[in-house]
Design a protein around this ligand. Structure first.
Ligand code: ATP
Length: 240
């Protein structure tokens, strides 16, 4: 089933940080954007533009100072911590820049962790399919320290996808991937977007992710410049 409504709607989001020296850094300065279901949305922009902060606010891991974040119609900014934790587990998948794999358990156990925390059944068939598509089948018994950076990033992607989230929030999801794995990962994401209506919101510097995106938002100094930099239907890959 392919959904077409906006999965993520961000309105006038503001977030500042107080640095140790007392200076205030404005990371998000009134960001307004949306991301449809059934598409990849790229958030691009120079280093320090606020991309990671935006994803953290979308995930409810940072509390914005102003504005709203709606995911599948639910106002994330209004949720209390317990509700937010459940919402995150049930609806969202993350690929963090730092990957956050647990070092003392195998790739397989890392991938299964969100389902285990949720008390959900282990989806062996889906796990096997994901592992095969991400070329991890022979690596599932290895711990993260025994894997290359490229393999670790693919483990983080498998972990985020296995519970079948509505929205995948990904911070530089292809940064450690070589060209072959990058193609395999992006093909897989394209497929999930089309077949499961997944909404992928990816902060990225990677032109290939941008090329696959149905919508591109460019952030500059915490602001969306012109809100939608490029928009095209999923089936056409024309550059705008
Ligand atoms: N916890 C924090 N404390 C203080 N300042 C912060 C904090 N997090 C982010 N910032 C500042 O907010 C601004 C936006 O940072 P952010 O990491 O969101 O940018 P980014 O676009 O993701 O950068 P990159 O592409 O390098 O990851 C930067 O000036 C950064 O130094």
């Amino acid at each position: 089933m392919v959904k077409t409504a906006d999965a993520v709607v961000v309105q006038d989001l503001g977030k500042s940080f107080r640095r140790r020296d007392g200076e205030t850094v404005v990371a998000l300065d009134g960001v307004t954007l949306s991301a449809p279901a059934g598409a990849i949305t790229a958030v691009t922009g120079p280093s320090g533009a606020g991309k990671t902060t935006l994803l953290q606010c979308l995930a409810g891991l940072e509390k914005p100072d102003s504005g709203t974040v709606r995911i599948a119609g639910d106002d994330v900014t209004a949720m209390r911590e317990r509700e937010l934790t459940r919402f995150r587990r049930e609806r969202l998948g993350f690929v963090f820049q730092s990957l956050n794999l647990l070092p003392n358990i195998s790739a397989r156990e890392n991938i299964l962790l969100p389902l285990r925390l949720d008390g959900a059944a282990v989806e062996e068939t889906r796990l096997a399919e994901l592992a095969e598509r991400l070329e991890l089948s022979s690596r599932l018994g290895h711990r993260p320290g025994e894997l290359s950076g490229d393999q670790q990033q693919r483990v983080a992607i498998a972990r985020a996808l296995l519970p079948m989230p509505d929205v995948l929030l990904a911070d530089e999801p292809t940064s450690a991937l070589d060209p072959t794995s990058r193609g395999a990962v992006l093909d897989l994401l394209d497929e999930w977007v089309r077949e499961h209506g997944l909404s992928v919101v990816a902060a990225t510097h990677d032109p290939e992710v941008e090329a696959r995106a149905g919508r591109v938002h460019r952030l500059t100094a915490g602001r969306t410049a012109g809100a939608v930099a490029a928009e095209r239907p999923l089936t056409t890959r024309a550059t705008v």
